[in-house]
Ligand binder design. Structure first.
Ligand code: HEM
Length: 455
């Protein structure tokens, strides 16, 4: 659609670029202001795209639950050089088949077997922290990214993949930056086809990731042993109708999709939780007490169940800083939303960030208050007032895994350390593909008394 007529209120925008400059500036503030100023159905022009920002939870439900009409469209094609036809990027019959195949691996019972691996990764990080000088500062954002990547790699490929984590980290870093650049910029998508140092670095990064996954898959097939990690489950997965499994190429696509979709989101959720805890010592104290009580001995799935308040804290962090801060769809046919007929081909944006801060659905939306997620207060809330994992058939397949991981990692840290704010530390959100801190989040480490921790 080239410049549709005005169907709903919204900012005038400029010729050609529309509101792209505002979007690229203070992105999150811009989105919030659109809702505050123009309401729950806003029309805006982003370059050539006619977009609608929908911020009523009912509209979010309508869009996310109707995949026929509101598809993921071609935008995710930008990710295909990296992710191929993995779940995130696939569509149609291929997506349906894979989603069915993969859901077995993401059943809670299957995921419970991964908790010891998660705990081992967290324990290695904590061992390192114990060797730091008392009162030293750690880069929490970096540490959370590292531990989440360790967990993603080792729950997927097993512990023998540990030596590859560094190489995977470096390659993802390059690929991620390049993809974040391309996703909103048609110019970057065109220039990507021209030879340049950046394009070469991107190709090299992809070759590295392909090489490592191919080798790990190959080795596992050759060894022929069954293992309880995700790769083991993916290798065994069979289509209930045809009995077919996944090819090596399909395995590669799904493995890289899971590594990428799984680690950065979870790391950001945990990082924001620590940032917020730095301002809320009482909440941090309650969290530590819960961890001490629930994680007495071995950290397994059952112990993780005892970390209900920890999960409330992480959920509240994801309300304020949803790792996936906007979901984008394309209207495949004209569709009526809130009394307005959205034209076929338009872009529909549903932002967890905007809805999670919506004053009609949250009182004092900017306040950090994990009790919002106590069972009593969460009951009866609109399903789409809080939706960090999306909704409908394309919702996050890894949400239960993320919840387990966040409980285990945050709980294990809280049991052994107190993390306090550094004076003058400033942290702003930076919305790239996921919502991460713009500056490094550095915090001071204080060891908790072992005795107190065990009490
Ligand atoms: C806190 C952590 C996480 C958050 C906030 C999150 C969020 C999301 C969201 C919002 C979507 C839907 C995107 C859309 O509708 O456009 C999604 C999809 C997906 N996520 Fe997650 N995710 C997290 C962790 C994980 C983990 C741990 C994994 C895997 C190990 C994972 C794998 C996926 C996959 C494969 C999809 C695509 C599903 C499909 O289309 O069928 N995610 N995630």
């Amino acid at each position: 659609v080239i410049r549709a007529q005005r169907l709903a209120p919204g900012p005038p925008g400029r010729p050609l670029v529309g509101c792209l400059p505002e979007l690229h500036g203070d992105t999150l503030g811009f989105m919030l202001r659109l809702q505050r100023r123009y309401g729950d159905l806003v029309q805006l022009q982003l370059g050539r795209e006619t977009c609608f920002l929908l911020s009523d939870p009912d509209y979010a439900r309508q869009v996310l639950m109707d995949e026929e009409r509101f598809s993921k469209g071609g935008r995710w094609d930008t990710m295909k050089p990296l992710l191929g036809d993995g779940l995130l990027t696939a569509s149609g019959a291929l997506w349906r088949r894979h989603r069915r195949l993969l859901s077995a691996a993401f059943r809670p019972e299957a995921l419970h077997a991964l908790v010891p691996t998660m705990a081992a990764c967290a324990a290695e990080m904590l061992d390192r922290w114990h060797t730091a000088a008392p009162g030293a500062a750690v880069d929490v954002s970096r540490e959370m990214m590292q531990v989440a990547l360790q967990i993603a790699v080792r729950t997927l490929f097993g512990d023998d993949a540990a030596p590859y984590v560094g190489a995977i980290d470096g390659a993802f870093h390059v690929a991620n930056r390049e993809l974040a650049r391309r996703i909103w910029s048609p110019f970057a998508r065109v220039s990507a086809r021209l030879p340049s140092p950046r394009a070469r670095a991107f190709s090299r990064a992809i070759a590295t990731l392909n090489g490592i996954t191919a080798e790990l898959i190959q080795r596992r097939r050759a060894a022929g042993v069954q293992r309880a990690d995700l790769l083991g489950l993916l290798l065994e997965a069979r289509d209930p109708e045809t009995g077919a499994g996944l090819s090596d190429r399909e395995l590669r696509d799904e493995a890289l999709t899971m590594l990428l979709a799984g680690h950065e989101t979870t790391a950001n959720a945990m990082t924001w939780a620590w940032h917020l805890l730095g301002y809320a010592p009482e909440v941090a104290g309650r969290l530590a007490a819960e961890a001490a009580a629930a994680l007495g001995g071995r950290v397994d799935a059952q112990a993780a169940q005892g970390l209900g308040y920890t999960w409330q804290v992480v959920q509240e962090a994801m309300r304020l800083y949803p790792p996936i801060w906007m979901l984008i769809r394309r209207a495949e046919a004209p569709a009526e939303v809130g009394g307005v007929m959205l034209p076929a081909g338009c872009t529909v944006i549903v932002s967890p960030y905007v809805i999670h801060h919506h004053p009609a659905h949250w009182d004092a939306p900017a306040r950090f208050d994990p009790d919002r997620f106590s069972p009593e207060r969460a009951e009866g809330r609109h399903r789409f007032a809080f939706f960090p994992f999306g909704g409908g058939r394309r919702s996050c397949i890894g949400k239960y895994m993320a919840a387990l991981e966040a409980r285990v990692v945050v709980g294990m840290i809280a049991r052994e350390f107190r993390l306090t704010r550094l004076p003058g530390q400033r942290v702003d959100p930076l919305p790239l593909l996921s919502l991460r801190p713009r500056q490094r989040l550095r915090m001071r480490l204080e060891r908790r008394e072992r005795a107190a921790a065990a009490a």
